[in-house]
Design a protein around this ligand. Sequence first.
Ligand code: CTP
Length: 409
Amino acid sequence: MSLNLVNPLKDKRLLLIIGGGIAAYKCLDLIRRVKERGMTVRTILTHGGAQFVTPLSLSALSGEKVYTDIFSLTDETEMGHIRLSREADVILVAPATADMMAKMAAGLADNLATTALLATDKPVMIAPSMNSRMWEHPATQRNLSKLKEDGILAIEPEEGDLACGENGAGRLADVDNIVKRLEKFFIPKGPLVGKHILITAGPTFESIDPVRYIANRSSGKQGYAIAKALRARGATVSLVSGPTNLAAPEGVHITHIQSAEEMLNACLKALPADVAICVAAVCDWRAASAQNQKIKKQDGVLPTLDLVENPDILKTLSCAADKRPDLVIGFAAETENIAENAKAKLKKKACDWIVANDVSTVDGKSVMGGNHNKVSFITSSQTENWENCLKDDVAHKLAQKIEDYFRKT
Ligand code: CTP
């Protein structure tokens, strides 16, 4: 179902640091292969690396500017080294020379590459390449252990004929293997791998005319937090979202919609799913006929606004005969008689679980738009109160319930 599972490199960003070794030329092939798989590649070419490959060939293949110098005013104004080191999903040092490994292990920052490596908050991989004696030297092996302790992933060199004429371990891992390691790195892991979860979030906007619309106060924060929590457990997540100010959680397939009808169509298109979670605050009504031109004010005469009911997405998914997800979860936004109203909704909408949401206030703070939530988790047989939680906590508790559900079934 998930594109990510088929092609885990798609839309991922690689910062490739090219060290000074003969194997640097293999980076050209590496760039070509990962780009073919949809990755964006930025490169930092070290002084040593530039003895083996040219910035021109790197930029021609990557389609990006090549960064070389920490003290380059142009580079720093265009893209500071800190940003360069963070605007990547992973950093790969290839070939990682003995000198580069030693500098990394010692935490030196004497050039653009080493500075970026210290400044980054992203995972780092190294693909070492050097003479076999250098590779086997206790100092290099000590540095390798240190780097592994620091959480750096090593793509170990292979055995074979080396460029120096000797034979042994030290040859840069085959480009194919480097690509496979990158793919493996991005394949989602966790208990919900293989599960497709559909989530609706945010408000809907129902057009009255080109200027005006009916909407509500939903920020989308709870739905986005759930999408993020489920993705972190390895699920393939399709998020159908009304207008919000939030960035799409990493690795989640997002479809932006405006109206309830668009939301329903996007949800039906995303089926089949193992779980559907309707968190969106869908507008109950829309204008019976939205106008193409702005409705003009007529002094003293009030216009009438005829409304029609919107489709109920939760109910539609719960009753989708052959495509009903195994688990359908609703939210119930209530301001009074929370539990009773929510239980009535559970039945009326034929869903399996409902998270009743007290949208009045939590300790004087508004739930709509805020970071806190006060909810009750309700099934046909149990009610649990999750008091005054952060929306992230509610997301993790719900993700845990889903994980438990699949473990038992
Ligand atoms: N819902 C939906 N489509 C709608 C209305 C609601 O999918 N047209 C979903 C919401 O995403 C939520 C659940 O139904 O999961 C309950 O939404 P809520 O707004 O609390 O209830 P309503 O059905 O709108 O009823 P009321 O406004 O009377 O409380």
